[in-house]
Design a protein around this ligand. Sequence first.
Ligand SMILES: C[S@@+](CC[C@H](N)C(=O)[O-])C[C@H]1O[C@@H](n2cnc3c(N)ncnc32)[C@H](O)[C@@H]1O
Length: 235
Amino acid sequence: MLSLIRSVRRQFREWAHRGHAEAHRFDIDWYAIPYNRIAIVNLLLSKQVEGRYLEIGCFWNALFDAVMARHKTGVDPVRGGTHRMPSDDYFRGHTGEKFHVVFIDGLHTYEQVRRDVVNSLKALEPGGWIALHDLHPRTWIEEHVPDISIGRTWTGDVWKVAFELATTPGLDFRLFKIDHGVGVVRKLANDVQLVDRQAELGPQRFRYFCDHYGELPIVNHEAGREWILGHLNNG
Ligand SMILES: C[S@@+](CC[C@H](N)C(=O)[O-])C[C@H]1O[C@@H](n2cnc3c(N)ncnc32)[C@H](O)[C@@H]1O
């Protein structure tokens, strides 16, 4: 009897969430904005003569092949890049390697991306950058974990890590409103620890992203470019 009541309550919560989420959508045409992740990564690397670049999740190398760094490492268990393995295995086996820029675009779940961020922070040169793809879902379907997008855009719940990046001391973070949401993080201190909000954020869904949207440092491409240039010009 108790389990029946619990299951009915769970179903009502699901319906309430679905009702709210379906009423909310961000009306953004990403393809109408003439900047993407490739432009950002190349700008971040533009002052590095011996640029060392790591990409987590490469697929058809659309980004990987467009990056002009001298030293490139790409990690993907399926295709693309240079190392055929999941990111966890790569970081476990390559603890000493350092990069100027890491781009995170592997498995689109909060748990995995969070681990990728923690590992990348350790693998960054002082003053290095992390960029992350797919931080801005537009609908509850794009955001849903597991993936129910049937081959269309799937951001998953990567957005949750944006709330941690925005509140971690020693990091400067912006969420660029381009190309499905590109997060850009500058590591300002040597020993930065990502704040741990897993207990709060883990169970949240698209509704939380909509309701707390104003807490994120969202910028358009112009303000974002000036922010990056400000950092690059100040060393
Ligand atoms: C969206 S695609 C990457 C696209 C690419 N970064 C670009 O911008 O063109 C995601 C890729 O992540 C890979 N992937 C999935 N799980 C992964 C993991 N644990 N570690 C690294 N890559 C992973 C998939 O095989 C897939 O090729």
